[in-house]
Design a protein. Structure first.
Length: 132
């Protein structure tokens, strides 16, 4: 595990649940489920799935950058939503950012996301150097 790099968000949840914000193992970077929470612990884009999605992808990009990757390296995203009727603005936001990258993607409607006000949670996997 000497080649494993980790990024932390600094929240108490990471230690409690035993996870990292993002982890790089070799050329792979895996970003944990990401919600629209700002540095103060507040939900960004309350009642706005498009705004939450944009904010989440920007947070994912920051985690990727900290580990030497970029959005261009993303090969897979998984999107979890709590209201299947809001899929279109979420998909549109994802499509605007990943228009030319086009990672494999899964969009799943679920019963809920832990925490009040969250409409969207996204995970991402990236393979560094494979973004041709």
């Amino acid at each position: 595990m000497a080649n494993r790099q980790k990024v932390s968000s600094g929240t108490s949840w990471e230690a409690l649940a035993g996870y990292s914000r993002a982890i790089r193992a070799g050329q792979w970077v895996h970003v944990s489920g990401t919600t629209a929470t700002d540095e103060m612990g507040q939900v960004v884009g309350v009642d706005n799935p498009y705004e939450q999605t944009i904010y989440i992808i920007q947070k994912i990009e920051k985690a990727l950058n900290q580990l030497g990757a970029s959005l261009k390296d993303v090969v897979r995203t998984r999107i979890y939503i709590v209201n299947d009727e809001q899929w279109e603005p979420i998909a549109r936001a994802h499509g605007e950012i990943f228009a030319d990258i086009r990672p494999a993607n899964t969009l799943i409607a679920i019963r809920g996301i832990i925490g009040e006000g969250y409409l969207v949670e996204i995970e991402a996997d990236a393979l560094i150097g494979d973004n041709e």
